[in-house]
Design a protein around this ligand. Sequence first.
Ligand SMILES: NC(=O)C1=CN([C@@H]2O[C@H](COP(=O)(O)OP(=O)(O)OC[C@H]3O[C@@H](n4cnc5c(N)ncnc54)[C@H](O)[C@@H]3O)[C@@H](O)[C@H]2O)[C@@H](O)CC1
Ligand SMILES: Nc1ncnc2c1ncn2[C@@H]1O[C@H](COP(=O)(O)OP(=O)(O)O)[C@@H](O)[C@H]1O
Ligand SMILES: [K+]
Length: 499
Amino acid sequence: MTELARSRGIGLHTADEVRAAEEPLLAATAPGALMQRAAAGLATVCLRLLGDTYGRRVALLVGTGNNGGDALFAGARLAARGARVSAVLLDAERVHGPALAALRRAGGRVLPAGAAGVEATVTRADLVLDGMLGIGGSGGLRPPAARLAGLAANGAGITVAVDVPSGVDASTGAVEGAAFPAMHTVTFGAVKLGLVVGEGRSLAGQVHLVDIGLELPAATVRQLADPDVAARLEPPSAGDDKYSQGVVGIVAGSSAYPGAGVLCTGAALRTRPGLVRYAGTAADGVRAAWPEAIVTDGRPGDAGRVQAWVVGPGMGTDDAARSVLAEVLATDLPVLVDADALTMLAEQPELVRNRTAGTLLTPHDGEFGRFGAGRGGVGADRVAAARRLAADLGCTVLLKGDATVVADADGTAFVNGTGTPWLATAGTGDVLSGIAGALLATGLPAVEAGAAAAHLHGRAGQLAARRGPLLAGDLVRRLPEAVGRVHGPGPAGLGDSGP
Ligand SMILES: NC(=O)C1=CN([C@@H]2O[C@H](COP(=O)(O)OP(=O)(O)OC[C@H]3O[C@@H](n4cnc5c(N)ncnc54)[C@H](O)[C@@H]3O)[C@@H](O)[C@H]2O)[C@@H](O)CC1
Ligand SMILES: Nc1ncnc2c1ncn2[C@@H]1O[C@H](COP(=O)(O)OP(=O)(O)O)[C@@H](O)[C@H]1O
Ligand SMILES: [K+]
């Protein structure tokens, strides 16, 4: 097996996939065994978070299904270690019986959600464990559950979600109304997709995976970690020269707006030590900023041979720009289409439908909405949205955002785990295009180049944000360090958000 095939990243799964994997395991194990594995893992994480357990106050928010059972059994384990545990039941008539009995035996207190002491119990707890809804939840939280989530949000304790924060759709990350704001989520058997994408990403906090022995099918959605990206960034070897490292061509910026050309070219240069060619009307600015690039103010065809093109950032949408876009898309080379080129492409999608080489579109939500398959907007299911546009155009779509999604026409997808909200500033998208273009030129498939680029871009953003508010140019400066960082040892966990 090649290193690339091994470095496939962390699998992300839907609630249906988890349920299907649970069935044979439930049949093969003693009744309640899986829930005990889940509760033991959950209690271990809570003990670690609490530090000293004796006398600490723990509030359990307990729903009507097995998610509530997990919380009660874990609560019983914490009570046995000296914690003062109170269980708030959403419905005292429907609760996991053996788990409730275990909590009572361990000395836990039980009160219904409507009882007078609930507010104080939840807001004054040192740790609040959300066992209201897991993968069996659907739709927005009903009022009593929504009220408890609100109390936990206003309290001072550590908030921990059992399997999934209640109110978050485990499969999509969508949230309808209120949800439990978790600082930590302890999830069982598999990382649910909804914990790392959409609104679910920020509500889940840090994700801890507890192995309960599930055997899952190969994931169609994955998240790359540092070593997975490193495997896609082969350093030059003794036999390499500047051409063998991948030559990328950049068409970006304009005489009025040279900045996009400068940022995009710089990002490409700093991603790979190969060769970067530039063709466009921001040639003077690019030449002045980057003497290492080979620059022409002519058309792409005048630039010399390249292995991939980036087209779009800041290039304008006039007739000349349209003709340049058509020329680049008529080549049999991989092309990344961004910004102004996406605006033009949305009016002429046939330009990409029959391309044989990879085509990577990198829209933000506004640009996504301009395409036929994107009308009506991205919506709450971001992975489905990216897949829809990719399938419609036969392209790869990188949908930018807090957790950038990259999807191929066949449904293969990645969700990015790095980054910082400081990236929401002008020009950072131009930098992403330069990085992804440079990786496309090395021969990586478009979906892999997009996923690796989003990871590196996010890492560069995290490094730059350590010094305070960042500018797009800071990302370019931090790129070599970001590349070094993914090659080096260090934490490589899911959604790991910090260098
Ligand atoms: N099946 C198994 O063997 C295992 C299941 N485990 C736990 O079981 C969970 C799934 O359990 P369940 O299938 O019982 O489902 P849940 O406990 O997630 O929720 C189902 C209950 O919530 C109610 N409900 C649904 N939507 C609601 C809403 N919007 N507002 C308020 N109430 C709502 C339903 O009426 C139902 O009673 C997992 O997330 C995990 O925590 C773990 O113990 C591991 C083993
Ligand atoms: N809230 C956020 N958290 C993390 N990253 C973000 C956030 N908002 C935007 N980004 C990232 O910042 C970049 C913005 O790109 P884009 O919208 O094209 O900006 P521009 O066109 O100004 O270059 C994308 O990589 C996107 O994923
Ligand atoms: K939960």
